[in-house]
Design a protein around this ligand. Sequence first.
Ligand code: PRX
Length: 630
Amino acid sequence: MKRITSPSEYQQVYQESVQQPEKFWADVASDFVWRKKWDKVLEWDFHKPEVKWFIGGKMNITENCIDRHLPVRANQTALIWEPNDPQEEYRSITYQELYDQVCRVANMLKNHGVKKGDRVCIYMPMIPEVAFAMLGCARIGAVHSVVFAGFSSGSLVDRINDAGCKLVLTSDGSFRGDKKIDLKSIIDEALLKCPSVEKTIVYKRSGSSVKMKSGRDFWWHDEIKKATSTCEPEVMDSEDLLFILYTSGSTGKPKGMVHTCGGYMVYTSYTFQTAFQYQPGQIYWCTADVGWITGHSYILYGPLASGATSLMFEGIPSWPDMGRFWHVAEKHRVNIFYTAPTAIRSLEKAPLSFIHQYDLHTIKVLGTVGEPINEEAWHWYQEHIGRNQCPVIDTWWQTETGGFMISPIAHVTKLKPAYATLPLPGVQPAVMDENGKELTENGVEGRLTLKFPWPAMARTIYGDHQRFKDTYFSTFPGKYFTGDGCKRDEEGYYRITGRVDDIIIVSGHNMGTAEVESAIDEHSAVCESAVVGYPHDIKGQGIYAYVICYDKPHEEDKLRSEIRDLVSKIIGPIAKPDKIQFVSGLPKTRSGKIMRRILRKVAEGETSNLGDTSTLLDPAIVDEIKSGAL
Ligand code: PRX
């Protein structure tokens, strides 16, 4: 893969990638193992929408992530696993061991009747087996749908049923700091409502006691023994499904984003190597969970397809103390460290001694993802973790984009705090005004769209192509609309300013307002609710809920905690509202639409300048809401 080593080279490569995208991506793709070369690089039509890359190409992503490295790096570490508890032994998995383990899981799945195209739900902690599980599915062409192990049984039910999963890979439990979570019992509850699931295979991690349903539930350690350690990779078409990953939408129903094999492989590997300038032998650590796209693309597929050593961490940044990240970075001599602004902001609050007791000189590149990073956190990160010697690679992208879109290139791009900077090669952003006109100048602010396809873009929403079209391709016909606002400054640098739709990003996790509202509304005392985001010191955005009850609540705090518990049970702890204000009505227009703009301003602490409220059905409600603001 040709490296970009200077700003002028970036300009040149970028121009080539825009002028001749097909040639550009064909060159990148030729570095990979194809069982049959593609007949055509690209076909696309954003009006339909339809996008296909490397058409007619045949390959398997695991052959590219594992087998092809074996002649040169069989004994190189592919994955380092650092457990939740620092007292427990860490694990190093070489490429050869990864091959054996992935083949075993693939055979175990086959033994249980899983075939190409079947959907498999993975609900597991951050342990190496979750990587074996994902790659094992990909090996045989089964489509994985990983559900973050912090989601509740209700969220699991929606996701399993939407994808029609046949089998679930899970574990007895998981560890998170000093807590133990019983995953199997959450699965048991979910499966009462999931008729498509025939079997589960349960990995023993926490030692929690679990109920095993005979004929349905099997122990991983028993089943894996029956599986051999070689498994021919299934030959996949470039456009065959690789995985489904759910993300929140502006309705209550999560969207199953569909990613396909060929383009995703090429793009995640290219962007990983380009943005971070990964050098062979370096230790790379992305702190995300595999339950999110960052874990899919930049713990597993991108790094492994590049022959990298990738660290997986089971724990949390604050346990046993606020120095855990830095302890792990020193212990494994990490060279590239990639985390989220929310983690940076929470660690910033801890005394610097938690950092200074560790030697972080091996770190050469820092990365961030998931939400806008504020300038102060950016500087803190660069100064205290990067010792003012490491570039901060602020990667802007989405579950839908599959890989980095706008991002600096380490040691090449001139940085600007809080800016994702410039589009990577092949990425063609367009900033639009509210009337749908493209703003072609620099020094503008508007909505961020993409006007040309890139190989890793999601192809559809599983089972609902119309929703895919409506959500991403109808606001600005002929363009992919990201849902984000942005500025492009005089130098052409991009700064992402946040969502312009009904998505709230809490600690880097997408949350649809409708999803949280429908969970709150499940409480028998609640008549209606409206949820907005507000600035939160650590989480970036917090959740502020306005709740109307049938009767005026007697014990407000008790009801608040019941509502929080309920949301936690229905969606998961990450969706718990931070603030709940009881109101007698909501600011609605005459057509019944909630004016969230007003609710957002009140939640932000702004009570004077609320804009025009004359179109409201009942303008008096605004005064009540203002006076009761929390
Ligand atoms: O609003 C943007 C924000 O996160 C959204 C995508 O969320 P998700 O699909 O969960 O993927 C997160 C990991 C890629 C975007 O629409 N976002 C992500 N990265 C950044 C960001 N906002 C600002 N700067 C970023 N670097």
